[in-house]
Design a protein around this ligand. Structure first.
Ligand code: ASP
Length: 294
């Protein structure tokens, strides 16, 4: 099998900072491809997402959006085609949530660790403490909080998402799918969530079957409106399109996936590789930062 890798840096209706985001996505994809030539698909997915998490231009790891209370809480998940999988939700103070997700997969009997105890798990496993907040994201948070304070009261904080519906928020999660020379497939997704998330909110990226899914039929990483992706169980649906032969290849599978989003409607994007090594990607936003090597 010819090794292949596809990477996304989020779907969005704004192309603000697109050249920087595109560069970081291409660089991460190239690094991941080098690893893919030597190692397994899961290693390539982890290294690629680590690189994306280190980019201040993307919304995962370093550079994640701050939540309403000024803290960064991140979600990540990783999955292999033998159905082994791990995820973290609401993790803080680490640089690479994707690697903690992999550690959950490989060293525990569980699939998901969440909240402060996921952070504690990471630190007890030797992941260094790391504050992922960047100055531009802190400034953005301060700006929005000021505007929010003028329009509403702090008591309405749990309804701030309704307030933000008036504005188009930008997305920016990262994800990767790879197939190695042995035909092993792996997929992963990592995010800082939506801009100004209500603390405690859970999106799709850390939920297996929603933001990430992988089986012997293919692997997929989703980006977009997390609540809607959760409702659709979109990752699993895309792979089911392949499994049940509704879609003959990854490109058709993601197209059906986007039809599901359109039916709600909801915005987002998908990347996929099927068992035959076909690459698929599609989105219904104006832009999706992405790159692939085959
Ligand atoms: N899906 C992510 C979330 O809802 C956001 C994104 O893809 O940008 O947390």
């Amino acid at each position: 099998m010819k090794p292949k890798i596809i990477v996304h840096g989020g779907a969005s209706n704004s192309n603000k900072n697109e050249p920087e985001r595109q560069k970081d996505v291409i660089d991460a994809c190239k690094i991941g491809y080098e690893v893919l030539l030597e190692k397994d698909a899961v290693d390539a997915v982890e290294i690629t997402i680590q690189n994306l998490e280190s980019s201040a231009h993307l919304n995962a790891g370093v550079g994640s959006y701050l939540q309403l209370d000024g803290r960064v809480r991140m979600d990540a998940s990783i999955m292999k085609d033998d159905l082994s999988t791990g995820a973290v939700i609401g993790i803080e103070d680490v640089e690479h949530p994707i690697s903690v997700a992999r550690r959950v997969m490989e060293t525990t009997q569980h699939v998901i660790l969440s909240g402060p105890l996921a952070t504690e798990f990471a630190h007890s496993e030797g992941f260094p403490r790391y504050d992922p907040r960047t100055r531009p994201k802190i400034n953005l948070w301060m700006e929005i909080m000021e505007e929010f304070r003028q329009k509403t009261t702090y008591e309405q904080i749990f309804h701030v998402d309704k307030y933000f519906k008036e504005k188009k928020y930008s997305l920016g999660t990262v994800g990767c799918v790879a197939i190695d020379a042995k035909g092993n497939i792996a997929a992963g997704t990592s995010t800082g969530g939506l801009k100004m998330n209500v603390p405690g909110r859970v999106g799709d990226s850390g939920i297996i079957g929603a933001g990430t899914y992988c089986s012997k039929f293919g692997g997929v990483s989703c980006t977009g409106h997390g609540e809607k992706i959760l409702i659709l169980v979109l990752g699993k649906q895309v792979i089911n399109f392949l499994k049940h032969k509704k879609a003959p290849n990854a490109m058709d599978a993601v197209r059906y996936g986007i039809e599901e989003l359109n039916s709600l409607p909801a915005e987002g994007g998908l990347i996929c590789i099927d068992k035959d090594g076909n690459i698929g990607y599609d989105y219904n936003t104006k832009f999706m930062t992405m790159h692939y090597i085959e």
